[in-house]
Design a protein around this ligand. Structure first.
Ligand SMILES: [Mg+2]
Length: 411
């Protein structure tokens, strides 16, 4: 007999602002805004105290400060947020093998079949919330539980902060009906406006209208709306492909201006990432550049590398190529980061890595010698230019005329 699906949506409460308040108890009870203070800066997070004044994330900072002039504005400490996020996701991983990260502070967990391990869904959710609190030194999260994916997400927002909302199987429509249409995933201000023009303001209205009318007005997205209004959502929790990326980013106290300065930061970050790749015996098939300006606008760009690499120079070159797509003129930057994703164990990515004959290792076990490792060893001894694996079957050569242009593709 099939157990019904159990999906959790876990969402940290006012995440950036909560990390700031945790680390500086003097902020407790004060309206806190994390974000850019420069001319076009935006709010990245608003504490619940600030939300009482109408402040919210993605709002222009100037607007937020008009609503709440006495708010404490902080520039953000992204390493602290990444660290707290790692702790929370480690807890998620302990509760479910199927974790789909949606952002730095929220995830879906497929909890189907975990009752014997953690108890009934609501019991398991309280255990998870307590574990997150412990692991993050006091940060709270809210959890929504449902058999239907999008409903779990709506539910987690229902009793924020520090809340738990369970929609038992069979109670989905009852939960949905009174909600305003904006609560549905994919109903933005424009769709909402059009629906209102037809007299539809709640999900109950949407349910009543029926599929033919919705399809007539909105085409295929009308069919989708009809399904959501009837709590039909067959989407599964899909484990994040690239959550376990290795990245290094820094937030700077002094703004970084100009391409040369940015490149210097990227070189040091690529080197740190490469060191961690080597230490973990993995290669990355994807490189990500992240950059944030003083207006708090964040850009991420990524490209694919074939074959994968753990070479700092290849990562650096790829990050610099990605930087070409970023408008640098007239902007100053507060954060840069290099990330390496699509990690695979070194040696499994292609036969070209196994060109050398097997040799017994220290314990007498025969292992294929990994060319990449040999080359790294040679480079670290004689310098990077000592050896390029021209015969190794298309290894990216960072200094070659064509650069990475023929081994990368936009993702
Ligand atoms: Mg959140």
């Amino acid at each position: 007999m099939d157990e019904p699906r159990t999906i959790f949506h876990v969402d940290m409460d006012a995440f950036f602002a909560s990390v700031e308040i945790r680390d500086d108890p003097g902020l407790l009870g004060k309206p806190v805004l994390v974000g850019g203070v420069a001319r076009r800066g935006v709010v990245a997070a608003a504490s619940y105290e600030a939300r009482k004044f109408g402040c919210r994330s993605a709002q222009p900072m100037a607007v937020a400060l008009r609503l709440c002039p006495h708010a404490v504005v902080l520039p953000g400490r992204f390493e602290a947020y990444a660290e707290a996020s790692d702790r929370a996701f480690e807890v998620f991983d302990q509760f479910s093998p199927v974790v789909e990260g949606l952002s730095i502070d929220e995830a879906f967990l497929d909890m189907t079949g975990t009752t014997r391990l953690f108890g009934a869904p609501a019991v398991a959710a309280e255990k998870l919330r307590a574990a997150v609190r412990d692991a993050t030194s006091g940060l709270t999260c809210s959890v929504g539980i449902s058999a239907v994916k999008f409903l779990a997400k709506i539910a987690s927002g229902h009793r924020k902060p520090d809340g738990l909302t369970e929609i038992p199987p069979g109670a989905e429509l009852e939960f949905l009906r009174p909600l305003p249409i904006e609560e549905l995933w994919g109903v933005g201000p424009k769709t909402a406006e059009r629906l209102r023009a037809h007299g539809i303001t709640t999900i109950a209205d949407l349910e009543r209208v029926g599929r033919p009318a919705l399809e007539h007005w909105f085409g295929s997205s009308g069919v989708h709306l009809h399904e959501l209004a009837h709590a039909m959502d067959p989407r599964e929790v899909v484990p994040s492909r690239d959550r376990k990326q290795i990245s290094h980013e820094d937030t700077y106290a002094v703004d970084v201006v100009g391409e040369a300065a940015i490149r210097r930061k990227l070189l040091s970050q690529a080197t740190r990432v490469a060191d961690r790749l080597v230490a973990k015996s993995v290669v990355a098939k994807r490189v990500q550049l992240k950059i944030r300006d003083t207006d708090f606008r964040t850009e991420t760009r990524q490209c694919t590398l074939r074959p994968g690499t753990d070479d700092a120079r290849v990562l650096y070159k790829a990050a610099c190529d990605l930087l070409q797509g970023v408008e640098i003129e007239g902007r100053s930057f507060r954060l840069t980061g290099v990330g390496a994703g699509d990690l695979v164990p070194r040696g499994v990515q292609g036969a070209q890595l196994d060109l050398l004959p097997p040799e017994p290792n220290a314990r007498g076990i025969v292992e294929p010698v990994r060319l990449q490792g040999v080359l790294s060893a040679v480079r670290s001894k004689f310098g990077h230019k000592a050896l390029f694996p021209a015969e190794a079957g298309g290894e990216a050569r960072p200094d070659s005329a064509g650069g990475l242009s023929d081994t990368r593709e936009e993702d």
